[in-house]
Design a protein around this ligand. Structure first.
Ligand code: URA
Length: 249
């Protein structure tokens, strides 16, 4: 075991012992039976106080800030050659809902902000119809962080190079619910070839996090018949998050 690991273990034992003393003192002062203190998991606190040394090329154990810097300088695939800005993601932290889209378009590439073009404004309106917003309780990110030229779909090797970033983002955001918007996000994170039409309407788990799939706003702008199913998906999200919808059906 390395020196830092030994120190982390010592701190963890001391914290556990301190909690036990507090419980014993409380029991004695209140005249209660002294019960054993349950074993606590201090790993998050330890990661903050005594982070383990990191491989700078790996997202493992990275903080939000470190991840952001890695994305900013990323040259893992050819998309770095044509981008103007990387688009990390944005929104509220903590977030009740995390939305994952496909990748930046022209406006996002020009500004460095996720979902700010026509599709983004539409997505914001879906969220606001159920009382959610990226300023209050939603975090938004994409599968790839750089714009594919001509807005083509990201290629398999580009997704493979970039996906560790969004996976780490999901771990760090820890939303109550994950919403995968469009086929690229759902296929990449649920490891399936099924289309959105087959996947939407039921709950999945991505790394233990309840997950829903819906259409991509750009697709719905092109095909208004998809508006109804998207509204059904929004109602499912509201119901899962216990958000009352006054009389809308
Ligand atoms: N489409 C996406 O999937 N993401 C964006 O950020 C913008 C458009």
């Amino acid at each position: 075991m390395s020196e830092i690991e030994l120190k982390r273990e010592a701190l963890s034992s001391s914290l556990q012992y301190f909690l036990q003393l507090c419980d014993e003192a409380e029991a004695v002062l209140c005249g209660k039976v002294v019960k054993p203190t349950p074993q606590m998991d201090f790993s998050e606190l330890l990661d903050t106080l005594m982070p383990l040394p990191r491989d700078k090329e790996s997202v493992l154990g990275s903080t939000f800030k470190q991840l952001q810097l890695m994305v900013q300088d990323c040259t893992r695939c050819r998309l770095c050659e044509t981008r103007n800005h990387t688009v990390f993601g944005e929104g509220a932290l903590p977030a009740r809902l995390m939305v994952v889209g496909e990748g930046p378009g022209a406006e996002e590439d020009a500004s460095g902000r996720a979902f700010i073009g026509k599709g983004g404004v539409y997505l914001d309106s879906w969220l606001s119809s159920i009382g959610l917003s990226r300023t209050n309780n939603v975090y938004i990110a994409n599968i790839v962080k750089c714009r594919p030229p001509e807005n083509r779909n990201p290629l398999a090797d580009e997704i493979a190079a970039c996906i560790p970033y969004v996976k780490r983002q999901i771990q760090l955001v820890k939303p109550e619910l994950l919403l995968l918007s469009g086929g690229v996000a759902s296929k990449s994170l649920l490891n399936t070839d099924e289309g959105v039409g087959k996947l939407r309407g039921r709950f999945f788990r991505y790394e233990g996090i309840p997950t829903l799939v819906t259409y991509h706003p750009a697709g719905v702008l092109r095909n208004p018949d998809l508006r109804r199913p998207v509204w059904e998906d929004m109602k499912k999200i509201a119901s899962f998050l216990n958000i009352p919808l006054s009389g809308r059906s």
